[in-house]
Design a protein around this ligand. Structure first.
Ligand code: C2G
Length: 134
């Protein structure tokens, strides 16, 4: 049983996130998603979410590739999460390439997956601000 973990905000949830989750899950048999809390998002990423943590958790738990959703409350929890959840593989989008290689010291395989280039929450929000033709 290979157990995979990934981390993120996942707001607004879009197909780039789903593509990431599908590929992360395909690396093993079980996928844990550590979902950034509203406090962590604001304190550490200066991100305000459209959906609350609870709403984002419900969305993620409904995705077939996701087996467990846990809160991400701090940057440093990764070292302990990999023990607590018996993780074999850590997977993230490659915008984070190199940032979490320290997890290899804990015997965890670290995989950076190519991001889906054309979609982002920023893009969605700016597109939605485009005035509708009269
Ligand atoms: N992602 C992707 N393609 C996109 C957008 C996002 O593959 N077009 C991936 C990101 O690389 C990340 C995951 O989807 O692996 C979640 O993206 P975010 O919610 O933006 O996560 P982020 O804010 O980068 O938080 O401790 C790590 C952080 O919590 C990661």
């Amino acid at each position: 049983m290979k157990r995979v973990i990934t981390y993120g905000t996942f707001d607004l949830l879009h197909y780039g996130h789903i593509h990431l989750l599908r590929r992360a899950r395909a690396l093993g048999d079980y996928l844990v998603v550590a979902l950034s809390t509203d406090e962590f998002n604001w304190k550490e990423k200066r991100k305000t979410c459209y959906f609350s943590y609870e709403q984002r958790k419900i969305l993620l738990e409904s995705i077939r590739y996701v087996d467990l959703v846990i809160p991400e409350t701090g940057w440093e929890q990764k070292r302990t999460d990999v023990y607590e959840y018996h993780i074999n593989i850590f997977a993230m989008g490659d915008d984070w390439r190199g940032k979490f290689d320290f997890l290899k010291e804990e015997g965890v395989e670290v995989v950076y997956l190519p991001r889906t280039p054309e979609i982002s929450t920023t893009q969605i929000k700016s597109d939605l601000h485009v005035k509708k033709p009269e």
